[in-house]
Design a protein around this ligand. Structure first.
Ligand SMILES: Cc1ncc(COP(=O)(O)O)c(C=O)c1O
Length: 475
């Protein structure tokens, strides 16, 4: 072995200089985010992505080939899908995180304590009791799989890990607006999406009476109801199930209550009346949520919280001899996070969240989340004030949907809205995505963006109106 085998830079001072240049460029881009909307990746840059095809020093290439081609979400007028904005503190976390390269599967080192602090802080925000467990994951999709695995183990016993489900006719329940992540999780765990009942809604919320009736019908047919999924913040319209009403049914029927709070769980931080929408989440057996959406933290970072630590651990703990823990030394640090989820090797996701909370504090997030709810209402009012436009339902939280032009038939409205979304994206004016409302494709803004101001909202609605006039004439 010689020093030449090392992959470290030959010249650390030169590396330092380049890294400082890159950091300056990255800070400038974030400071000037409003001047940098999404843009398509030019053919030359796509070609330069091929390994070995690029030219120039790495830091220069990161500035010219990577920084400009983000997915639009750092921009203040980005409201597509449900994507977070990112935070300046993410940059500091990335630097410190790269320097220590922590594997947080387990053992006794600093990153483990950061993750414990983040899990515990979030547990308290959600009102779960002390002793509840949690593990940071890639996002709500993975958190959902982990939660459902624990729910299944409660229903079928620990033997399910060896025997598999062995044909046990488990049935899960969710409201009609449930996210696809729930469907994927029941498929992955072998429960099967045919055994996910979509319970009818009443006024946009899962109907508890219909849930009780479905459970009774399944029991009568010899099936095993085991899990109900309530949604805190539905992806299409940002609606919230009545969490207390669903929790009452879960208690009466002996169902595991899981709350999909991917973004909406954070409504608990908002001012009244919005925070009331999150009431009852504290009664959940498990909660899936993301920091990378409505806590604005850089990708990726989700969390699963499980009320009963022993049920969480029972579903995942497994340590071969080479992973044996110890009382002291590096192999200490029990409990290890690998015993609470799918991954053995795990990155230091907590560092980004910890940096965000320590630098900004809870109240800054509460203000930003409340501000996003106000922005959605403002957008709804702006649309409502323009006679040619057709507002959707009044936003309950941070999601606003509308049609650029009422008075057209459904097909024409759908085509127009889809076209406007694309034109505004391509011109770098604003990013809306679309969804279906009563069979019509509508413009949809899911505002999880701490950079959005009232001016952005007003300007974006005016831009929609202007593009509609270009495409189909004045209203
Ligand atoms: C309500 C809801 N649940 C689950 C998910 C999936 O979350 P993730 O993308 O973090 O896996 C989303 C994503 O938008 C969502 O809005």
């Amino acid at each position: 072995m010689t020093d030449r085998a090392s992959l470290d830079p030959d010249d650390w001072e030169r590396f330092r200089e380049q890294a400082h240049g890159l950091l300056d460029a990255a800070i400038d881009r974030m400071r000037d985010a409003a001047a940098h909307p999404w843009q398509p990746v030019p053919e030359a840059v796509r070609r330069a992505c091929a390994i070995g095809a690029g030219k120039g020093g790495l830091a220069e290439r990161l500035v010219s080939e990577v920084l400009p081609y983000h997915g639009g979400n750092p921009h203040p007028r980005f409201w597509g899908w449900v994507q977070g904005t990112g935070l300046a503190s993410d940059m500091l976390a990335a630097i410190a995180g790269a320097a220590i390269n922590a594997n947080v599967g387990g053992r006794d080192h600093g990153a483990v304590y950061l993750e414990r602090a983040v899990v515990d802080w979030t547990r308290r925000q959600m009102g779960l009791p002390e002793g509840a467990s949690g593990v940071l994951v890639s996002g709500t999709s993975q958190a959902t799989v982990i939660a459902f695995a624990a729910a299944r183990l409660r229903a079928l016993g620990a033997g399910v890990r060896r025997r598999g489900q062995a044909g046990a006719p488990l049935v899960a329940y969710a409201g009609q607006g449930v996210h696809n992540a729930t469907r994927k999780a029941v498929e992955l765990l072998g429960i099967g999406s045919d055994n996910l009942r979509l319970v009818p809604s009443r006024e946009g919320r899962m109907d508890p009476q219909a849930l009780r009736a479905q459970v009774a019908a399944d029991r009568a047919a010899g099936r095993i109801p085991f899990l109900v999924v309530a949604t805190a913040g539905s992806v299409d319209l940002g609606l919230f199930d009545d969490l207390n009403a669903v929790a009452d049914v879960a208690v009466d029927e002996g169902l595991w209550l899981h709350v999909d709070g991917a973004f909406g769980a954070w409504i608990r931080l908002a001012d009244p009346p919005w925070c009331d929408l999150g009431e009852g989440i504290e009664r959940a057996d498990s909660i899936a949520l993301d920091f990378h959406k409505w806590m604005y933290v850089g990708y990726d970072c989700g969390l699963v919280l499980i009320r009963d630590e022993s049920e969480h651990r029972a579903a995942f703990a497994a340590r071969p001899a080479y992973l044996k823990g110890a009382e002291h030394g590096l192999a200490g640090g029990e409990p290890w996070y690998c015993d609470y989820g799918i991954d053995l090797s795990r990155g230091n996701r907590a560092l980004r969240v910890w940096c965000a909370l320590e630098s900004l504090g809870r109240e800054a997030f509460a203000r930003a989340i409340t501000g996003n709810c106000r922005a959605a209402l403002r957008m709804h009012e702006e649309v409502s004030a323009r006679p040619a436009m057709a507002p959707g339902p009044r936003p309950v939280a941070n999601v606003c949907v509308f049609s650029a032009r009422g008075g057209l038939d459904g097909r024409a409205q759908s085509a127009l809205n889809a076209r406007i979304a694309r034109v505004l994206q391509e011109r770098g004016e604003a990013v809306f995505s679309t969804t279906d409302l009563d069979g019509v494709t509508v413009l949809r803004a899911a505002i999880t963006n701490h950079r959005t101001t009232e001016r952005d909202v007003v300007a974006a609605v005016a831009a929609v109106e202007a593009v509609a006039a270009e495409l189909v004439g004045p209203g």
